[in-house]
Design a binder for this molecule. Structure first.
Ligand code: E4P
Length: 217
């Protein structure tokens, strides 16, 4: 499963990229606003840190203006992935852009039928929002299971990008179901490295090593 960082914070992206485990980045208008940076400038900087897809979202609601915005965004770098909302105009835009070889991430997916439409529109990625689904009283991971089933039934190439990931269990379940990608805030990704028994184990080994009076270097 690929790991994308769901952020526009440069320091966090650099730190994760240095682990060698970062496969891409997703942003949205809220994350850009939170960064306080210029959209074009920060997107360009992120594209220079990772070779993987960097999602940049259009804000227009109609197809013609979405195409114009996409035209500007895709010139930023070769690894820009245009993010469009799951609406009729969004999927029209997805269809036109992917026919042209541009990567497209269809966002704000909350049903398996929506995911089916996005795959038919040729989406590179579909982003079902599991956390927001949970918040709304549904089980977000059931949605991922259903989409996996449908995409496998028809051998769709669209990658399932689990979004709105809030905790480690979302990551684990995504991997168990066979999602292609998950995008999570840096704090959630960094938390995956941690286990109390790992820390305790290191502490014990170092205490015993000290008793030997030896050194490796
Ligand atoms: C990513 O592409 C999504 O925009 C993001 O994961 C949404 O997460 P949130 O529900 O925590 O805002």
């Amino acid at each position: 499963m690929k790991f994308f960082a769901d952020t526009a914070e440069i320091d966090d992206i650099k730190e994760l990229a240095a682990t060698g485990l970062l496969d891409g980045v997703t942003t949205n208008p809220s994350l850009i606003a939170k960064s306080g940076r210029d959209f074009m400038e920060v997107t360009k900087e992120i594209c220079g840190i990772t070779d993987g897809p960097v999602s940049a979202e259009v804000v227009a609601l109609d197809h013609a203006t979405m195409m114009k915005e996409a035209e500007v965004l895709r010139k930023i770098a070769d690894n820009v992935c245009i993010k469009v909302p799951l609406t009729i105009d969004g999927l029209k835009t997805c269809n036109a852009l992917t026919a042209d070889g541009t990567m497209v991430n269809v966002t704000l997916c909350f049903s398996a039928n929506q995911a089916l439409l996005a795959a038919k529109a040729g989406a590179t990625f579909i982003s079902p929002f599991v956390g927001r689904h949970d918040d709304n009283g549904s089980n977000g991971m059931d949605l991922i299971r259903d989409i996996r089933h449908i995409y496998d039934n028809y051998a769709f190439d669209t990658e399932i990008l689990v979004a709105s990931v809030r905790h480690a269990t979302h990551v684990l379940e995504s991997a168990l179901i066979g999602a292609d990608v998950m995008t999570a805030p840096p704090a959630v990704i960094k938390g995956l490295f941690k286990h109390i028994l790992t820390d305790k184990g290191i502490e014990g080994f170092l205490a015993d090593w000290e008793k030997t009076g030896q050194s490796i270097l």
